[in-house]
Design a binder for this molecule. Sequence first.
Ligand code: G3I
Length: 489
Amino acid sequence: MGIGLAAPALILGAPGPAASAEITLRTLAAARGFRIGASVSSSALEKDSGYQDKLKYEFNSVTPENAMKWANLEATRGQETWGKADAIVDLATQNNQMVRGHTLVWHKSLPTWVTDGTLSTDELRDALKQHIQKTVKRYAGRVAVWDVVNEALNDDGTLRQSIWLQRLGSGYIADAFRWAREADPSAKLYINDFDAEWATPKRDGLYKLVRDLRAQGVPIDGVGFQTHTLIKDPIPAALPLTQLQDTLKLFAGLGVDVAVTELDIRVKLPSDADKLAAQAETYRRAAAACVGVSRCVSLTVWGFTDKYSWVDSGVPGWGDADLLDRSLQKKPAYAKVQSVLADRDFAGTVTALHSGQCLTMPADGRRLVQSSCTNGQDQKFTFQRVATKIYTITSGGKCLTVDGASTAAGAAVSGRACVAGKPEQQFELRPVGEVGAQDYRLMPTHSYKSVAVKGGSTANWAPVEQAQYLSSTTPPTQVWRLSGVPRQP
Ligand code: G3I
């Protein structure tokens, strides 16, 4: 709500200018060129059409949760079982979703014939190479990103004593990336790990590893931060993930893409409203951390519904870690992620709701008017985000400005040279009316009055002013329809 104002009747307290219950995460993500992803459980996909629908409508990226793990692709040597992985990739292709392949080299979920010590070192190395290249080639052009090497580090930042390190030596990491690159030169290749989201010895180790691999010319394109997180019990004053954005920036500085690859935020069961609020805030922080870093290309949640989460069996006593509850209903965390994705620059026309006329920047850059909509450049406005819900509004290089930073009702609103940081050139966009509509009040941040057509006029060329804020007017003379705000397609 605006500073010092009573809650107006028509105004919804939606968290961002484009946020609405009807705009899905993938719509908002696509509008900003971002990938919002979810891991996919094959068994849930097979039996639950509600799960399928949510996956399709909410996410523009998917990661098979288990279907591409080696134990599931070749439990018996030479007998390949691609069915579940193929089904996920086929569905994703149908749904126009990116696929993150997970995962080629890991110390878990390996077939017994790989781990039982019967293969010689050369045979093991060859088996790993074949596994990587067969899998990557099979999905070339359809799996855009691979978690090539997963969880290669110990907590202290040294290389994990996995079967791969023990039998093949530390060169297995570079080899794996090179083999994957050979198999599909267009796929983005990631190293992926957990507990490196903040300043830990593991983060240092990962940083040095990626830096050194890059220096050796190893084809590593990205670093995935799993981000399995918990809200401690009792809820602490300081919630987690405070360092995630700094970490993402740190690694982006190495010239690689970064991604949040397995986000979930578990709570101690039973959950309650306070735990879910803390969880929601932490989800918000994770999403904001990623979208605030230009090289953070995707955020994937590890399970999107509490109905099917690895946490129930993986971490007994903990759970409810996801965006949707056990009935596939949206939790507070969903709205937080939605509002982060909605909060972005956009452009389009600005129509006065009471008159149907378009906000127009006069050629001389002076006072704004409403005039018949022509689709002209003088009616195209760019909304540039300054802070949450706060935007500058420009057309033809001029900024919408309350003249003289006046706080008086009736002050003219003109097109002036843009000067960074001027509150009379910054507007809070406050959603009005139906959830999901594109209707907003434009409120100059120095006065928290409302931009309106003078006197509520419907006439062509009527001037625009800063008007006294009225909580509700009929017709709605202080409400503007913003065509650029993304809506459900
Ligand atoms: O499908 C079988 C089922 O037939 C059998 O009855 C049942 C009995 O335990 O097991 C089922 O397989 C389990 C599978 O999950 C599907 O539920 C496996 O035992 C179990 O090990 C497997 O756990 C997965 C785990 O990785 C190990 O692969 C989790 O679902 C999956 O969420 C988890 O994901 C990992 C990421 O790959 C890497 N980062 C950490 C993340 C969470 O642990």
